[in-house]
Design a protein around this ligand. Sequence first.
Ligand code: CIZ
Ligand code: SF4
Length: 298
Amino acid sequence: MKSLIRKIHELKRKRDALILAHNYQRPEVQDIADATGDSLELGLIAAKSQKKTIVFCGVRFMAETAAILSPQKTILLPVSHAGCGLADSITANDVRRLKKKHPQSLIMAYVNTTCEVKAECDLCCTSGNAVPLRKSLGRKSVVFVPDKNLGAYLGGQTSGKTICWNGFCPVHELLSADDILKMKRQYPRAKLMAHPECRPAVLRQADYVGGTAGMLRFVSQESAGKTFLVATESGLIHRLKKENPGKIFYPVSPFLVCPTMKLITLASVWDALEKMQYRVCIPDGMHAKARKALAHFM
Ligand code: CIZ
Ligand code: SF4
């Protein structure tokens, strides 16, 4: 493995590339990356970087988001079929139908959507800024796509009407209130952090609800707690432990593993650099529309 890591670093220099890894990536992939983060953080790092080539270790919609934010750069996704069950739960046609059905509503998309879907939406949010963004729209009716759990959470936090698409993340949806109760019984003093893609019955038990960037902040700044129960994809635990050596983290279930996130390995990162594959391109004519939905991030 050491020689493969060395080879990746050599090739990265030769190609003058930047390697970015999502917080859900395998530990060894996170460790060779120049930066780790959530999809929006990584997209913004890509956009600010001087490097022309970005190896994006994550799933397709994330690499697409980086490509929307960095139209002049070459964005490489090491495994071309690394998709997201949640993003694939809605198509651009579905959104066009929703717009016809709810002509008075704004269409708000979670970042976990394809570029075709983003291009049809009015604005895009992450798990980190969904609540303030929804609040800024006041009592305006909103159709939120595609995550029903994040949508229900938003509806509960804000006053306007929020109509939800029925999508869900196949990983977070697996968690039940019982899984949480069992862990809380075992670690009664631990703080529970839950991703808003979890079911409402899980979120109701959480001390903190937020995306991966928010969880990292909660642990480092906002909480005096020492032990944390983590209700999100297992990859985040590696970074939580690395950045908080004095604290203890337990995944709330052994099943919180996203199979498509884990498709990316060191070997595929090396291949991506060697063969300059697989380039993620935004179809002509879609770029400007998708960028508009992301404009408030830039
Ligand atoms: O936007 C992301 O990066 C996702 C899907 C997860 C998170 O909360 O960081
Ligand atoms: Fe998609 Fe869920 Fe995997 Fe995140 S954890 S990439 S939402 S399938």
